[in-house]
Design a protein around this ligand. Structure first.
Ligand code: F6P
Length: 373
């Protein structure tokens, strides 16, 4: 029987993290297991900073965005930058040391709540001999082997409201309104918010776009007397003959996602204004998609994930990620999620992208949404 479990929330914050922590802690307490939360994700693991969690600490947090444990998307414990005497930086693998310390401190299992990169590190810790369980987190919905990740529903809700709000101002001014939403290299948020908000055009990373097709859509609307258009652009969208829009590249160690996307919406607005000869305005929705209260769907999903992850730990089923497959709560191997062949400490490339032959894309096309192709 296990006695002591650690939990950490890694990567960008996301609505539902607190509900996961609460679900896990309550399930642990019910079974007489102690839970400790590492502070700021893998940074807390590196610095050995953790706090005891119980139902007192986790009360009143189910609805709150963010994470009471803090998070961090800059620490890759498999490649920590260390400055040498000659000023050069070398990357040191601290994972062996960390895994050994956790074992000595009698941690029976570590629950890692994170997106694709953090789950890959979870798989790598498993290879270092730790008992690990993963929980899929991200507003981007790009983790494979799960129908959905918690946080996505809340983000789509916020993005849909933004499309609604832009609609009324677009119509009043006869403008082209461009909304840039998050999602990294996947177009899930853009596509769902675009369909739900009644957008005319949705540009996603999975379909490199041609602005002339977007212009055709604008003209088609004009010919039926609609002198305004709504375009939703995923931050990772790119023109057919072009590249993705990068806000900055961070030098923060091997294995991490160092590219910060941004500017795709501004680009589309600028170019389409010239092509269409009509005022265009861009709005970058940004971090409001990640912050604030959690939707009821995400509260329930996150509670289920947290509770089921702790139950897996209690049942001794390690090396797994909790998942929702065909609407049923189950688990899959972290090896499958991370991609069996990916090297330890390297970036994950096993992302779940929008299925170009799937229901969402087909529906969008059938109702006349322009996807830029
Ligand atoms: O992965 C979640 C996400 O919010 C992406 O949608 C976005 O590209 C990225 O994180 C932003 O990360 P950061 O917090 O490093 O700016």
């Amino acid at each position: 029987m296990i006695k002591k479990v650690g939990i950490l929330t890694a990567g960008g914050d996301c609505p539902g993290l607190n509900a996961v922590i609460r679900g896990a802690v309550k399930t642990a307490e019910y079974n007489g297991v102690e839970t400790y939360g590492f502070i700021e994700g893998y940074k807390g693991l590196l610095e050995n900073k953790y706090i005891k969690l119980d139902s007192y600490v986790t009360s009143g947090i189910i609805h709150k965005g963010g994470t009471i444990l803090g998070s961090n998307n800059k620490t890759n414990t498999f490649a920590i930058p260390v400055k040498k005497e000659n000023g050069e930086v070398e990357y040191v693998d601290k994972s062996y040391e960390i895994a050994e310390r956790l074992k000595q401190d009698n941690f029976d299992c570590l629950i890692i709540v994170g997106g694709d990169g953090s789950l890959k590190s979870a798989r790598d810790y498993m290879r270092r001999g730790l008992n690990v369980i993963g929980v899929p987190k991200t507003i981007d919905n790009d983790v494979p082997y799960t129908d959905t990740t918690f946080g996505f529903d809340t983000a789509v809700g916020v993005a849909t409201e933004a499309v609604d709000r832009l609609h009324t101002t677009a119509e009043s001014h006869g403008r082209i309104m461009v909304l840039e939403v998050m999602g990294r290299y996947a177009g899930w948020i853009a596509l769902e918010a675009g369909i739900a908000g009644g957008a005319d055009t949705v540009l996603i990373p999975e379909i490199p776009y041609d602005l002339n097709k977007v212009l055709d859509k604008i003209n088609q609307r004009r010919s039926m007397g609609k002198n305004f258009s709504l375009i939703v652009v995923a931050e990772g969208a790119m023109p057919k003959e072009g590249t993705i829009s990068i806000r900055k590249t961070e030098e923060n160690g091997g294995g991490l996602d160092t590219i910060k996307l941004g500017g795709a919406g501004e680009y589309v607005a600028r170019e389409i204004e010239k092509l269409a000869g009509q005022e265009a305005r861009a709005t970058n929705l940004g971090y409001v998609q990640r912050g604030g209260d959690t939707s009821h769907y995400d509260r329930i999903l996150a509670t289920e994930y947290g509770s089921a992850a702790m139950q897996l730990a209690i049942d001794g089923k390690f090396g797994e990620m909790i998942t929702l497959l065909n609407g049923k709560l189950t688990h899959v191997s972290l090896d499958d999620v991370a991609g069996k062949d990916t090297e330890i400490g390297s970036k994950s490339s096993n992302l779940k992208l929008v299925d170009l032959n799937g229901d969402l894309v087909n529906t969008a096309r059938r109702i006349g949404i322009c996807l830029g192709d």
